[in-house]
Design a protein around this ligand. Structure first.
Ligand SMILES: Nc1ncnc2c1ncn2[C@@H]1O[C@H](COP(=O)(O)OP(=O)(O)OP(=O)(O)O)[C@@H](O)[C@H]1O
Ligand SMILES: [Zn+2]
Length: 695
């Protein structure tokens, strides 16, 4: 046995591998790419992954005084397999992040410290010995309708072919998409060697889905993966998946990187959902990574939604993605709610409406719904009591000290449930001033509505009703969201007020009336995706109504001052064809995604001018290396839409190209520039983001 030199990737933000020597005799085996090992880095003992093997040292050649440290030991982690290494390499290159960071994002973080290894192994053994006592379940068997049958058959044929395919299952809300893909997965996993990955957008969606998966796929080991698991839960889940024991994996975006022994199919539920996009660290899209992974493994991938992203829909139209459709609600007795657009133009200036945020008609309908023993759901995308506190005399506003945004007025805040001002960006919490900090006037007023004020208004006006509020302020502790959703399922409440947490995926059986308030700002937004996002949100929210028996009065009430906006016609018949064609046409004319590819280069520091200088330098840099017009448009530096967060000034440059490869080449050059800037000036952070969805 001999000595080798291995290049190791570590979880640090440096685009560099580190050389160590490998004493095969001492380590008991020859080196292999993908092994996780213990090394000394600086003075710390850390985990690293073997990424390259050489028989001679590279660093010694360059610098003979260099002493090369030895790999200390091999971890008990299974070796990262070639297919996964390829996946990590792709993500590292495409999203321009160091490989070590990508690899270690796929492993529970406790494994990063070698001192933990024995403890982690012990905990896995303990859990294995304990065995899981799964409750005995009544299998949920559905008689599928014709469309569902057709979709299932088509999918089964695809998985039999054993090659890459990409299919979009378009189904109106409640049309039984979940039932279809679960039946498919159940059939695939009848072969006990096979594993399937189901990606879901939100953590709070998984409890109900977990039960449904277990009731349909009886006897299969279902593993749930999301960021709210305890470290020991995550560790065991990851272990089971790697070893092929967990056959069905239901997880949020991070699970897309999990090593899976025999991955045979991927489902991306609610594929349009923005939470598939990671917005910090490695800014990846789990949907796009999942599709790449499926193509690489030559397995089928299924995207599902009632409201596809325009990117996906464009590919459907171009026949790059196959289409399967479900056009009816699946449950016998379920209805499609009627849509009522309520014009509030005449009411917005009336003090009654201003105080309540709800018009008389809406209140009346909520009351009638409760009298019929049905539930109402009020959707407002803003938590807190009111978005701004203001002084009537001098026009002072509750601006955050650290950010270029307003602090939100919370009437109930923290454990003591006291009124406070909260910044939703930096988290700054302050007492409500007794008088205006500028002019001393004591008459401070709040502007606009939030979940808390709507809740309070209904409590006051419809006293006999039982009300529940669901937003992240009340669901912060683990498991509490689940408890609250149970209250809705068990008919313990008449009216639910909540944020978008309410809108996705929930299968409520007694919601008759759905009310949507305060959406007008998003209808005319600078964000070119605003209409698409709003459409998806409205259809999803509307889709929570009329899902059970005896809900023929089911209706969706949308309060708006712009009833003529084209979005409302599109929602009325859940017919997206025409509406999407129109949106695509607009994007085509403006050469916006999906007709071009975008990236952001962002600079963050305490100094806006410095940010701009550095970003301006970027253009010169590209010109100097002869890259001026390499098929990319590079726009001028501008402040981000929220310019300052936590005292940090944020500036961006947008890059656009109709050619993905050209954009990639350009970004790789920019990465060199960013790295050079970083070593010159430590007070500035440069971030590159592919395919951004918010600006
Ligand atoms: N063939 C069927 N017969 C009876 N009930 C069905 C059938 N298919 C699905 N269902 C039921 O209809 C309800 C909605 O189905 P599912 O959740 O699969 O729809 P979905 O299209 O995924 O909905 P959404 O997009 O709104 O989340 C569920 O309660 C499900 O059990
Ligand atoms: Zn702030």
């Amino acid at each position: 046995m001999k000595t080798y030199f291995v290049q190791i990737a570590i979880d640090i933000p440096l685009f560099k591998l580190f050389e160590y020597s490998w004493n095969s005799e001492q380590l008991g085996q020859e080196p292999e790419i993908g092994l996780i090992v213990e090394i000394e880095f600086g003075k710390k003992k850390v985990s690293g992954i073997v990424y390259e093997i050489n028989s001679e040292s590279i660093s010694k050649k360059e610098n003979s005084a260099y002493t090369i440290k030895e790999v200390i030991q091999i971890s008990p982690c299974p070796r990262i397999k070639d297919a996964e290494l390829k996946l990590f390499q792709f993500a590292s290159k495409y999203y321009l992040r160091p490989i070590g960071e990508v690899v270690f994002s796929s492993i529970p973080s406790d494994w990063k410290k070698p001192v933990n290894w024995p403890k982690l192994q012990k905990s896995i053994k303990k859990k294995e010995n304990l065995g899981i006592k799964e409750a005995i379940r009544e299998p949920l068997t559905l008689t599928f309708n014709e469309e569902q049958d057709k979709a299932i058959e088509a999918l089964i044929n695809l998985s039999k072919e054993g090659k890459y395919s990409i299919t979009f299952l378009k189904g109106i809300t409640g049309s039984g998409k979940t039932a279809v893909y679960l039946e498919w997965i159940k059939r695939i996993t009848e072969d006990t060697a096979k594993q399937c990955l189901v990606l879901v957008p939100e953590i709070n969606l998984t409890p109900q889905l977990e039960q449904t998966v277990k009731n349909i796929c009886i006897g299969k080991e279902v593993v749930i993966l999301h960021s709210n698991l305890t470290p020991s839960e995550r560790n065991y889940a990851w272990w089971k998946i790697q070893n092929g024991v967990g056959q069905i994996i239901v997880g949020t975006r991070l699970s897309v990187f999990t090593p899976i022994k025999n991955l045979s199919a991927i489902v991306i539920d609610e594929e349009h959902d923005n939470s598939y996009k990671q917005q910090d660290g490695m800014r990846y899209s789990a949907r796009d990574v999942a599709i790449w992974r499926a193509a690489d493994l030559k397995i089928p991938v299924l995207l599902c939604s009632a409201t596809p992203s325009l990117e996906t829909w464009d590919k459907v139209l171009k026949k790059k993605i196959d289409l399967l459709s479900l056009s009816k609600r699946a449950k016998p007795g379920a209805t499609i709610p009627s849509i009522e657009i309520i014009d509030i133009k005449n009411e917005v200036n009336q003090s009654k409406f201003k105080n309540l945020g709800l018009c008389d008609y809406t209140l009346e309908e909520i009351k009638k719904t409760a009298l019929r023993k049905k539930q109402s759901l009020i959707f407002i995308n803003r938590r807190g009591y009111a978005p701004i506190l203001t002084c009537h005399a001098c026009n002072w506003k509750s601006e955050c000290k650290n950010c270029s945004t307003w602090q939100v007025f919370h009437k109930i805040s923290g454990k003591n449930k006291k009124p406070m001002l909260q910044c939703h960006h930096c988290g700054l919490i302050e007492r409500i001033p007794e008088a205006c900090p500028e002019c001393g006037n004591q008459d401070l007023r709040h502007l606009g509505v939030g979940t808390q004020s709507i809740e309070e208004n209904i409590e006051k006006t419809l006293q006999e009703l039982r009300i529940l509020r669901i937003d992240t302020d009340v669901t912060r502790s683990k498991g509490s969201a689940e408890e609250l959703f149970q209250k809705i399922h068990q008919q313990e409440v008449d009216v639910v007020v909540g944020t978008q947490m309410l809108s996705k995926g929930h299968d409520f059986s007694n919601v008759e009336t759905v009310v949507v308030v305060d959406i007008d700002k998003s209808l005319y937004s600078y964000d070119f995706r605003a209409t698409e996002k709003m459409y998806a949100q409205l259809v999803q929210v509307a889709g929570r109504g009329g899902r059970g028996d005896n809900l023929e009065n089911s209706k969706i009430i949308i309060q708006t001052a712009f009833p003529e906006h084209k979005i409302f016609n599109a929602i009325k018949d859940e017919n997206l064809y025409e509406f999407y064609n129109e949106l695509l046409e607009e994007r085509k004319i403006a050469q916006l995604p999906p007709f071009s590819y975008q990236a952001l280069v962002m600079a963050e520091s305490k100094n806006q001018t410095m940010n701009e200088e550095v970003l301006k330098g970027l253009k010169n840099f590209l010109e100097n290396i002869g890259n001026k017009n390499n098929g990319c448009i590079i726009y001028d530096p501008v402040p981000r839409s929220i310019q300052r967060v936590s005292g940090v000034e944020r500036t961006q440059v947008l890059l656009e190209s109709t050619d993905r490869k050209k954009l990639q080449t350009c970004l790789e050059k920019i990465l060199d520039y960013a790295e050079a800037q970083k070593s010159k000036n430590r007070s500035i952070r440069i971030i590159i983001e592919r395919d951004p969805i918010s600006f």
